[in-house]
Structures are given as structure tokens and as C-alpha cells.
Design a protein around this ligand. Structure first.
Ligand code: PLP
Length: 406
């Protein structure tokens, strides 16, 4: 498989602010996921929480098997485009559960309490809809994983995390009710964010060690998302071997639910410099953009250790700011003092108002979390098609702002 292709966006053609999705990069990422699927027979689900530009789901559907969703709204959207919709949420609302049964083919519970509460409803649905029987699963939490994910905010296995059933709780539940797993077809774990294969191997080993005795009763085990499968340096042959060995050993099908790996580097946020601010007490200039990091990249701001790749610029961290040419802090247009990136960018040439800035890996977890705080202009959504044409999929205006306020 070739390396991920370069961006081909001509920013001069973009009305900013805009999320620009590049079809050729999206298809590159998807074809890698499809290859893994074909070599293993795993079920590959698109995690809608990461990115949900539904106009492009027909493209995703050419490669993957279905959607992984987290709420009734995501389930409704997923069911419009996919035959298979698997849902997981930390807890379900009673008044939504009937609709969840209509829309989701697989329902994963976060606790035995939730499973017991909704089991009679699932059984009733299955009895009444023999053609549309629903499968159920339980999310497990294998505890601390060697080399596992970044900070507590993003690590589902961190102490006190509400996500997934720990092995001691699992055993206690089965002691209290030896039939507690009746009706359960699979187990689910999701323990990472942006990790490579060695960490996944550790997670799989932890699951086998702690939950291994329950695996022969299962049809499937869902390994969640959080793997950088489509990155050039990811060990995909190793992943294929790991999945195949696991499936053979335990007689289960592995499910994967990638999100970030689908849109990695395939969606940029393009913005325009509106003003330059010079301050004598800092070694950089501030470029104020027609977007907002607070409103359009809230997820990114929560991880100050992450670098934002920007076209024609190098990332510079605090410790390296001295004597850097054309050094800028990229800042947003809201009233929040901290509405800026926490690191700096050294550009090929000096910036001036009117210049376009391309925040390269700008779409994952950002578009889905955008707000219209300060009434800022919501970025439009543009597709750069494989044939080089630009298509504006959606523009946002005053009505979108007003409709969310009352
Ligand atoms: C349960 C679950 N599955 C899948 C994903 C997708 O992860 P990623 O976008 O990192 O691949 C997430 C992300 O938080 C998740 O919580």
C-alpha cells in the first residue's frame, strides 16, 4: 500500500472558514481499512463520534460494514446509511430504548445493571421481530495497559473511569447470577486514543488474561477504535496476524470501530488571517484568524501536547522560540484569551492579513464538536473531489445560530 497522498487543496479557491475534505485521501485511508478487513474477516465499523459528514457516508459504505454510534441521534443518522449499526453508551435513557432497538443491530451495555434493566425489552423485541433480531454485548475494562493512552482525560482504563466492567465486577456479577451472560453475544473494549500496534497487543493480552475464560461463549469481540491503522508507519501486517490468531484461538469474530483513522489528514480547516497583532513582550507575532480554536477545535485545545500540522509551516514549541524566522501564534476570533494554539508556527514567509492558513489534520473530533460560541461563523463543509472539483456540501448562517439559542 502506498503512503498517504499529499493534500491537493488550492486555498485560493476556498471561501473561509471551511472544513475541506479530500476524497482521494479519504479513499486512501478507507482502502487500507478494507484491506485489513479482507485479510481477516473482521467487521469494520465507522465511529460516527469522530466525524459524521453524512453526505460522504455512501463513499465510506463502499469500504466498511456499518456504523458505530453513541446516542439515538447518531443511531438515527447511522441507520439512514448503513444496514449495521452498533451502539455503545455509558447508559441508555428509558424513553429512547425502543427507538434504539429499531435502529441498532447490536447494543452494547456498560454494566450488568443496564443489561438486566433492558434485557426484557430486548427479548420482547426479538420475539416480535424474528427477522430483525438484535445482538447484545458488554463493555469490559481490562484495567491499566502497559504503554497505554496519553492522559486520564482520554484513557478509558484510568483509575475511576466509568467506562467498561472490570474483571472483579464481572466475576461478582456472575457469582450472584450465573445466568447473567445469557443473551450476551460479545464483549467490547476500547482503551486507546491514537496508539500503534504494540499497545493494542498489550491490551489484547490483558483482555485474554483477565476475561479469557469468557471468550469461548462469545460470537464476537469488539476491539474499539483508537488505532492509527492508516498511518504510513503502522504495522498492518502485524495487526492482521494479531486479529487472525485471536479469532482462531477463541472462535470469535473481531470487530473494529475506527474513527480518526478514516479521516486522518483527509480534512483540513482552512482559515484567513484577519489581523496581525505585535506585542513587544513576546518573540512571536499573533495572527488572528476568521475561525476560533475554542469554537471549532475544542477537542484539540484539550490536548496541548499535540502538534497542529499547518501547511508551509513548522511547529515550534515554547522551548524553541528564540531566533525562529516568521514565528506566529495562530489565534481565533472570540473573546476568550486562550482562544489560540499553545504552540507556535514558523512559516516559510511572513504572514499578512488576507493570507490563507491550512490547519491540516483539522476535522477529526472537531467538526462534530463545533459550537457557535460568540456567534462566530461556523465553517462551511467543502469536498475536494477526486476529479479536482470543489463542491460546497453545506454552508451555515444566522438561522443555524439562532436555532440553537432558543
Ligand atoms: C467506544 C469507542 N469506539 C471507537 C472510538 C473511535 O476512536 P478513534 O476515533 O480514536 O479511532 C471511540 C473514541 O472515543 C470510542 O469511544
Amino acid at each position: 500500500m502506498k503512503n498517504r497522498p499529499q493534500s491537493q487543496v488550492d486555498t485560493a479557491k476556498i471561501d473561509t472558514p471551511a472544513f475541506v475534505i479530500e476524497e482521494h485521501i479519504l479513499r486512501h485511508n478507507l482502502s487500507i481499512l478494507k484491506e485489513v478487513k479482507e485479510k481477516t474477516g473482521t467487521k469494520m465499523l465507522q465511529a460516527l463520534k469522530t466525524w459524521a459528514t453524512w453526505e460522504l457516508f455512501p463513499i465510506v459504505r463502499e469500504y466498511l460494514d456499518g456504523a458505530e454510534v453513541s446516542s439515538l441521534n447518531e443511531a438515527t443518522l447511522g441507520a439512514e446509511y448503513y444496514d449495521e449499526v452498533h451502539i455503545y453508551a455509558p447508559a441508555y435513557r428509558e424513553k429512547e430504548f425502543e427507538e434504539i432497538l429499531e435502529k441498532c443491530t447490536t447494543i452494547i451495555f456498560n454494566s450488568f445493571l443496564q443489561w438486566k434493566k433492558f434485557k426484557p425489552q430486548v427479548e420482547e423485541w426479538n420475539a416480535q421481530n424474528p427477522q430483525k433480531k438484535r445482538e447484545c454485548g458488554l463493555r469490559i475494562n481490562p484495567g491499566d495497559i502497559e504503554g497505554g493512552s496519553h492522559s486520564g482525560l482520554w484513557s478509558p482504563t484510568s483509575p475511576g473511569s466509568r467506562l467498561g466492567i472490570r474483571v472483579s465486577e464481572f466475576e461478582t456479577a456472575l457469582k450472584e447470577d450465573p445466568k447473567a451472560l445469557e443473551g450476551i453475544s460479545g464483549l467490547h473494549f476500547h482503551v486507546f486514543w491514537d496508539e500503534a500496534l504494540p499497545q493494542l497487543k498489550n491490551a489484547v493480552a490483558a483482555v485474554e488474561q483477565k476475561f479469557g475464560k469468557y471468550l469461548p461463549q462469545m460470537k464476537w469481540v469488539n476491539w474499539g477504535g483508537g488505532q492509527t491503522i492508516t498511518n504510513d508507519d503502522y504495522d498492518r501486517e502485524g495487526l492482521v496476524e494479531l486479529i487472525n490468531a485471536f479469532q482462531k484461538k477463541h472462535g470469535v469474530t473481531v470487530h473494529l470501530e475506527p474513527g480518526a483513522a478514516i479521516v486522518k489528514d483527509a480534512g483540513a480547516l482552512v482559515a484567513t488571517v484577519l489581523d496581525m497583532v505585535h506585542r513587544d513582550d513576546v518573540p512571536f507575532e499573533i495572527a488572528v484568524l476568521d475561525m476560533s480554536f475554542n469554537a471549532h477545535m475544542p477537542d484539540f485545545l484539550l490536548s496541548p501536547d499535540l502538534d497542529m500540522p499547518v501547511a508551509r509551516a513548522a511547529v515550534v514549541r515554547e522551548e524553541g522560540v528564540a531566533d525562529q524566522p516568521n514565528l506566529y501564534q495562530l489565534a481565533g476570533g472570540t473573546c476568550v484569551t486562550g482562544d489560540h494554539l499553545s504552540h507556535y508556527h514558523s512559516f516559510e514567509r511572513s504572514l499578512m492579513p488576507g493570507d490563507k492558513i491550512m490547519l491540516l489534520d483539522g476535522i477529526q473530533y472537531n467538526l462534530v464538536q463545533c459550537t457557535m460560541f460568540n456567534g462566530v461563523q461556523h465553517p462551511s463543509i467543502v469536498l475536494l473531489k477526486q476529479n479536482g472539483e470543489y463542491e460546497v456540501l453545506r454552508e451555515f448562517g444566522y438561522e443555524d445560530y439562532k436555532n440553537r439559542m432558543g
